[in-house]
Ligand binder design. Structure first.
Ligand code: FEO
Length: 169
């Protein structure tokens, strides 16, 4: 049985995932303003992913007979110094999400809440993937430096990214 405290933390994560979508929407807008449609597409996919994560928590809480409470979202960061800075902020944000998922897993483990442990495992794997994707772009951007042609090529590559939700939710 899920404790009140664990439900509270799951609800908090639901809202945090929506706030992540909000942050990535601001990042998408920044890329649009920089005339980089491929980078914009990268964050468009991020927005979809975060909304999907949020709804996964939303559905799980409901399935377990909890009550979801939607809270307000603060204004996200809208200005960045460069694409490199933008992606470093993204990595920082994803690392924060990973810590939050670990914290949830710690609570679920302490409470021997096996259904929630099983539910959270998907997110543990997902965070490894998320951090790797962002780290790879950071490495590319560090190599690109001030080369506009190389940045354009990366932009074209990122334009190919698509959001494919897993078949099992
Ligand atoms: Fe919901 Fe990007 O982790």
């Amino acid at each position: 049985m899920i404790s009140e405290g664990l439900f509270k933390e799951l609800n908090s994560q639901t809202n945090y995932e929506f706030a992540s979508a909000h942050l990535y929407l601001a990042m998408q807008a920044y890329c649009e303003a920089q005339d980089l449609p491929g980078f914009s597409n990268f964050f468009k996919v991020q927005v979809e992913e975060e909304k999907f994560h949020a709804m996964r928590f939303f559905n799980y809480i409901n399935q377990m007979n909890g009550r979801v409470i939607i809270t307000s979202i603060n204004e996200p960061q809208n200005e960045f110094g460069s694409m490199l800075e933008l992606f470093k902020e993204t990595l920082k944000h994803e690392q924060e999400i990973t810590q939050r998922i670990y914290n949830l897993m710690n609570i679920a483990t302490e409470e021997r809440e096996h259904a929630t442990i099983s539910f959270l495992k998907w997110f543990i794997d997902e965070q490894v993937e998320e951090e790797t994707t962002v780290t790879n772009v950071i490495k590319r951007l560090e190599r690109i430096g001030d080369d506009p042609a190389a940045l354009y090529m990366l932009d074209q590559e990122l334009a190919q990214r698509t959001f494919t939700p897993p078949t099992t939710v």
